[in-house]
Design a protein around this ligand. Structure first.
Ligand SMILES: Nc1nc2c(ncn2[C@@H]2O[C@H](COP(=O)(O)OP(=O)(O)OP(=O)(O)O)[C@@H](O)[C@H]2O)c(=O)[nH]1
Length: 369
C-alpha cells in the first residue's frame, strides 16, 4: 500500500459513460424486498472449529483468541441482522449433541433451514466426520430438499498447497460416492477450503450467504453494468461489519483482490475507531476512501447504505474519470436501494429504516475524501 490520496478535482472524460438512464424515477425496481431470514446450521464433530468460525466472522474475535474457546454444550442461536438483507440466524450445533435423539425436533429444525454448513477438520482423521456428514445430509435432504449443503474443509492453514488439493479431492470423492450408493444423486454438496487464519473463511461464508439472497442475480447484473461503464476492473459489495461480500460483478474473483478489499475495510474501520468523532451523526451515505497502491491500481470505497460499501479496484488512468464513476455509483446506489426498498421505507419513516451498530455512521465522520 503506497499512500492514501483524496484525489479531488478530476476531469470527466469519455472513457466511462453514465449508466441506467432514467433510473432516477426508480424504474429499475426488479424484485420486492421481502423479509428474508433464513437459518444457517453449522454442524460438525467436536472441536472441528464451528464456534471459532462464527466468532471470527460475525463477532470480530481474533483467530488466536479462539484457542481459549470452551466446547459448546448446547445449541447456540445467533441472530445476524446487521442490515436489511443479511438477516439470518446461525445455529451452532455442538459436536457433542446428537440431533437424532428424540429430545430434538429434527424435522422442525431442518424444515426452516436455508443452508447447512458441515465443518470437517482437515488436520484430523476425517473418516468419522464423513460418516456423520452422510447421516445428517441424507436426513436433511429427505426433510427439506431445498437446503444448500456447504462443506467447509477447515483448518487448512496447517496443510501445504498440494495437501489441500488432495484433501479436498479425497473428501469430495468419498462423500459423493456414499451419496451415490444411497441413491441420492440429486443431492449437491459444495466444498470450500477454509481457515480462520486467512480470508478464506470470509470468502466461503460470502458464497454461502449469497446463495440465500433472492436478489443476488439482480445485484450481480447491476454490478456488472456498473463495471462495464465505469472503467472499473473489479467491484465488490460488502457487508461492512462481517466483511462478507454480498455480490460482485460477473468477472472471476481472485483471492488477492478480495483480500485487498477486506484490508481496505479494516484500515477504514481502524482509522474510524482512532480518529472518528462519535458525537457527529449523519444519515447521508457518502463515506469515501481512496487508497493508491504502488502498482498503479486504486482501491475506491464508497458507502452505499449504512451497512453496505462498494469497493472498486481500478487502474490509475480510469480514475481520471472520477466524475463519471461517481455518477454511476450514485445510479448504482439508487438501484440497490430500490431493489431492497430501503429508500422507500426510509422516506416513509423520515429516517433510515435499519437500526444496529453504527459502523458506517462512524465511518462517515472521519473518512470523507
Ligand atoms: N489451525 C486452526 N485451528 C482452528 C481453526 N478454527 C478453529 N480452530 C481451533 O479449533 C479448536 C476448536 O474450535 P471450536 O470452535 O471450539 O470448535 P467447535 O467445533 O465449536 O467445538 P464444539 O463446541 O466441541 O463442538 C480451537 O482451539 C480453535 O482455535 C482454523 O481455521 N485453523
Amino acid at each position: 500500500m503506497a499512500s492514501m490520496d483524496p484525489h479531488e478535482g478530476f476531469a470527466v472524460g469519455s472513457y466511462s459513460k453514465p449508466l441506467y438512464p432514467g433510473l432516477e424515477d426508480d424504474s429499475i425496481v426488479a424484485v420486492s424486498s421481502g423479509d428474508v431470514k433464513p437459518r444457517i446450521l453449522i454442524m460438525g464433530l467436536r472441536r472441528s472449529g464451528k464456534s471459532s468460525i462464527q466468532k471470527v466472522v460475525f463477532h470480530k474475535m481474533s483467530p488466536n483468541e479462539t484457542l481459549f474457546l470452551e466446547s459448546t454444550a448446547k445449541i447456540s442461536k445467533d441472530d445476524v441482522s446487521n442490515n436489511s438483507f443479511i438477516n439470518f440466524q446461525i445455529w451452532d450445533i455442538p459436536g457433542q449433541i446428537d440431533l437424532f435423539e428424540p429430545t430434538y425436533d429434527l424435522g422442525m429444525i431442518l424444515s426452516g433451514t436455508g443452508a447447512l454448513i458441515f465443518v470437517v477438520d482437515a488436520q484430523d482423521d476425517y473418516m468419522e466426520a464423513l460418516t456423520c456428514l452422510h447421516r445428517i445430509v441424507s436426513k436433511a435432504y429427505s426433510v427439506n430438499p431445498h437446503i444448500r449443503f456447504e462443506i467447509f474443509i477447515h483448518k487448512v492453514d496447517g496443510l501445504s498447497d498440494d495437501h489441500k488439493i488432495e484433501t479436498q479431492r479425497d473428501i469430495s470423492q468419498r462423500a459423493n460416492e456414499e451419496l451415490h450408493e444411497s441413491g441420492l444423486n440429486d443431492l449437491h454438496l459444495s466444498f470450500y477450503l477454509t481457515s480462520i487464519y486467512d480470508h478464506s473463511i470470509f470468502e466461503a461464508f460470502s458464497k454461502v450467504v449469497q446463495k440465500l439472497i433472492p436478489q443476488l442475480s439482480t445485484l450481480e447484473n447491476l454490478l456488472s453494468i456498473f463495471v462495464q461503464n465505469s472503467g472499473v476492473e473489479k467491484t465488490f459489495l460488502f457487508d461492512i461489519t462481517s466483511k462478507i461480500y454480498v455480490a460482485t460483478d460477473g468477472s472471476p474473483v481472485d483471492m488477492q483482490s478480495y483480500e485487498l478489499c477486506c484490508e481496505m475495510i479494516d484500515v477504514m474501520m481502524d482509522m474510524t475507531c482512532i480518529y472518528g468523532d462519535e458525537s457527529e451523526s449523519t444519515s447521508e451515505q457518502d463515506s469515501t476512501c481512496i487508497i493508491r497502491l504502488n502498482n498503479s491500481s486504486i482501491l475506491y470505497l464508497r458507502e452505499i447504505t449504512r451497512f453496505l460499501v462498494l469497493v472498486c479496484i481500478l487502474r490509475d488512468e480510469a480514475f481520471t474519470k472520477r466524475g463519471i464513476i461517481n455518477y454511476n455509483i450514485l445510479c448504482l446506489q439508487n438501484a440497490i436501494h430500490s431493489v431492497f426498498d430501503v429508500r422507500r421505507t426510509a422516506k416513509l419513516n423520515g429516517q433510515l429504516p435499519i437500526e444496529g451498530p453504527s459502523s458506517l455512521k462512524q465511518l462517515s465522520t472521519s473518512a470523507h475524501a
